[in-house]
Write a protein that binds this ligand. Structure first.
Ligand code: F6R
Length: 274
């Protein structure tokens, strides 16, 4: 696991967007070989989506041959609801880029057979050859996607009951009224994300500092599901200074002094230019 520490959330947004564009471009996707991207929702990746839209508008990246799978979706929230992840993704990202809607996959939490919805999702991911890059965020309790504390670290896509902590944190999107926040979600499993060839996790703010400490400095533990990525061969965490507040000075120093080439998984080692 590698950690890239940047000064601010804005830098995390710019850097991660340029990195995603670079990975797509380097893989030279075509109709015979699509680039497969896993995507999160939430407050953290919003800046990255804005910057990716800018890069797309400047002609620096195309999503014509990109297939996406979102991490999760609430159960029983209509797709047209302003807080559904379908709505979020179209509003904040997909409607601004050149992705073909048939290449967008988001779990449907409104179907009657949620179990089949989840197993079909896993089948589709397998059929396309798995993820080239999975981008994620984490909760203050260390959840990755909606794999709440105590989730199996080899879990696959399934229905999860949300914790009160997660519902409280997300109440800000539902008029600060926790009773409006759905109690369940469909989510990819920790194992689903672990199978990705590369994982990039975005973490910003002092409220995520304890989770980052648990992710990096303590052992693998299903009560902090993000810690599973210590066992992934190619995970990069991109964070801001505030998120490092609970880390040891020597941990921060070590990662700040890493050779930049070690941090960036690049076929060409070319610098990331906007
Ligand atoms: C979102 C997701 C969640 C969020 C996490 C952090 O698709 O799966 O794990 O990444 O709850 O959310 P924010 O970024 O709003 O703090």
């Amino acid at each position: 696991m590698k950690l890239l520490i940047l000064d601010s959330p804005d830098e995390v947004a710019s850097w991660s967007a340029k990195y995603v564009a670079k990975r797509i471009n380097e893989s030279k996707p075509s109709r015979d070989r699509y680039f497969v991207l896993g995507l999160p929702t939430g407050g953290t990746p919003l800046g990255m989506y804005r910057k990716l839209i800018e890069l797309h508008k400047k002609g620096k990246v195309s999503f014509q041959y990109v297939v996406t799978f979102n991490m999760d979706e609430y159960v029983n929230l209509p797709k047209t609801h302003s807080q559904s992840y379908h709505y979020f993704m179209y509003d904040n990202f997909f409607k601004h880029i050149d992705i073909d809607p048939k290449n967008v996959h988001i779990l449907d939490g409104t179907v009657s057979d949620l179990k089949s919805e989840c197993s079909d999702y896993e089948k589709k991911i397998k059929q396309i050859g798995g993820f080239d890059l999975f981008i994620g965020g984490i909760g203050a309790d260390g959840h990755i996607a909606f794999n709440e504390p105590g989730s199996s670290l080899v879990s696959r896509t399934r229905v999860k009951t949300l914790t009160d902590d997660t519902r409280e944190a997300n109440a800000r999107f539902f008029d600060n009224d926790i009773s409006q926040v759905p109690r369940e979600a469909l989510t990819v499993g920790v194992g689903t994300v672990m199978d990705a060839r590369e994982v990039m996790i975005l973490i910003t703010g002092s409220h995520k500092a304890f989770a980052l400490y648990k992710a990096i400095e303590e052992g693998v533990n299903h009560m902090w599901t993000i810690s599973a990525f210590q066992l992934h061969p190619n995970t990069l965490m991109v964070c801001d200074e505030d998120a490092t507040l609970e880390l040891k000075v020597k941990t921060v120093k070590y990662f700040k002094n890493l050779n930049p080439h070690e941090l960036i998984n690049s076929d060409s080692n070319a610098s990331i230019k906007s």
